[in-house]
Design a protein around this ligand. Structure first.
Ligand code: 8YV
Length: 325
């Protein structure tokens, strides 16, 4: 019997065709929400799910009684009830490594663009306001030689730190659940408590996964520890930051600027002040969004679901204890 896979995120045609050779595939790559009746009917028969950016709830799992595995086209797994999946014996897979360098590029893009006011000044030129040589009111901040404080030093955090240390001569501080002696050796990185890092860093860059422990990790108190010349960058998840407190700190000049790729609500609501603030660079969650990397993520997800539904160990399982592999 051909196992059935429901796809709820657009996949490259060639990868879809590859899946269809061995599985029955219901493609909902343009799905807006999980209430779609046709999606629900397919879910009822599904053994595998492939997708991202939609919250998978226990209610959805109840509607998929035959589900064996989920392959997320993402490295973040905050959209999945991992413990519940494990309890139900449903394997969850994600796409680490293939997106590390691209996402780190996005992080450093935000550091540079925010420090040098690139978006604000490009708009200035676009509006035809560049009529004379610029003075101090348009100057940005240096990046080279400054102190970069990494909140989270996993794969993506380490890749950003490498860019800073090796490319821009930056001093690297990091706060992380565990020490990173190899990075301390390689980059001269030094581990700090969060409060200490926030007080010392010229740039604070958040890369921690969103979890109950990191939800609103950066709030009014933490932002208040930062220097008023410091720049805040978030490429993790919006939920890691108290967005109202960030807006207030930016507005009051308690921090200089922010570079944001993620937000509490996405897409960013039309009434959010963030995109209209001169000291904010707001990007639409493009961390891994290049042709090459999104194809590599889809490739990884397709390989994961194929292996998982064939009873083999996927390339990047999240909850291996969901079933013996
Ligand atoms: C994805 C991401 O773009 O991988 C993640 O966790 O946030 C991004 O790389 C998005 O979440 C879905 O593909």
């Amino acid at each position: 019997m051909q196992k059935r896979i429901v796809v709820y995120r657009r996949l490259p045609e060639a990868l879809l065709a590859e899946l269809k050779r061995d599985f029955h595939v219901d493609d909902f790559g343009h799905l807006e929400n999980f209430e779609d009746p046709a999606f629900r009917a397919a879910l009822k028969e599904a053994h595998g799910l492939v997708g991202a950016s939609q919250k998978i709830t226990p209610e959805i799992l109840d509607a998929a009684p035959h589900l064996e595995a989920i392959a997320s086209v993402s490295v973040g797994v905050d959209n999945y009830p991992v413990d519940e999946l494990t309890r139900r014996g449903i394997l969850l897979c994600n796409t680490p490594d293939v997106l590390t360098e691209t996402t780190a590029d996005t992080g450093f893009l935000l550091i540079m663009a925010t420090a040098r006011r690139a978006v604000e000044l490009a708009d200035f030129v676009r509006r035809g306001e560049w009529q004379a040589s610029l003075g101090a009111s348009h100057f940005g901040s240096d990046v080279h030689g400054k102190t970069l404080g990494m909140v989270g030093m996993g794969r993506i955090g380490a890749a950003i730190a490498r860019r800073g240390a090796l490319g821009f001569g930056m001093r690297i501080l990091y706060s992380n659940a565990s020490p990173k002696p190899a990075l301390e050796e390689e980059l001269g990185a030094r581990r700090r408590g969060l409060d200490e890092l926030l007080g010392e860093a010229d740039f604070v860059c958040v890369t921690v996964p969103l979890s109950p422990e990191t939800e609103r990790l950066i709030g009014q108190r933490e932002l208040g520890l930062m220097r008023d010349s410091a720049i805040f960058v978030n490429i993790a998840r919006g939920g890691v930051v108290d967005e109202a407190a960030l807006i207030e700190a930016l507005d009051a000049g308690r921090i200089r600027a922010a570079g944001l790729d993620v937000f509490e609500r996405e897409p960013l609501p039309a009434d959010s002040p963030l995109p209209h603030m001169a000291n904010v660079v707001a990007l639409p969650h493009i961390g891994s969004a290049t042709h090459e990397t999104r194809h590599a993520m889809a490739r990884r997800a397709v390989d994961n679901i194929r292996l998982a539904l064939s009873g083999e160990r996927p390339l990047s399982p999240v909850n291996e204890d969901a079933r013996p592999l």
